[in-house]
Write a protein of this length. Structure first.
Length: 121
């Protein structure tokens, strides 16, 4: 039985080349930078059917913008609101650069006690 012997340096180069061919598509989208002055918002909101309002314009439901279909936004400061009937409106300014920003929020039901620290509010 003949064995093929591959020197260690050649084997390492082959493995490195294979990894370079596969890894570019393996980074999370949150680490990929956009082109020019466009970034994006990804929403993970409870309830998921809360309405996204950006700079006073309704964009759709939070569930419409997961990581695969993020909301494209010009770089800069924007006014973000998340609204749902029966819940308190979440409102804040966000700065978007030429990358993706993840927004994770749980809306508070009307009449519920104020949220505590670290609640995403």
């Amino acid at each position: 039985m003949n064995r093929i012997s591959i020197p260690g340096a050649v084997l390492a180069a082959l493995l490195l080349a294979a990894a370079a061919a596969v890894l570019p598509g393996c980074f999370p989208k949150g680490q990929i930078y956009g082109v020019e002055n466009v970034g994006g918002l990804i929403f993970l909101v409870n309830p998921p059917d809360a309405t996204v309002v950006l700079d006073g314009v309704v964009q759709g439901k939070a569930s419409d913008f997961p990581e695969q279909r993020y909301l494209k936004v010009e770089s800069g400061t924007h006014r973000l609101e998340l609204r749902k009937e029966g819940y308190r409106t979440y409102s804040r300014e966000v700065y978007v650069s030429n990358s993706l920003l993840r927004v994770e929020v749980s809306l508070v039901q009307e009449g519920a006690p104020p949220p505590g620290p670290g609640s995403g509010y």
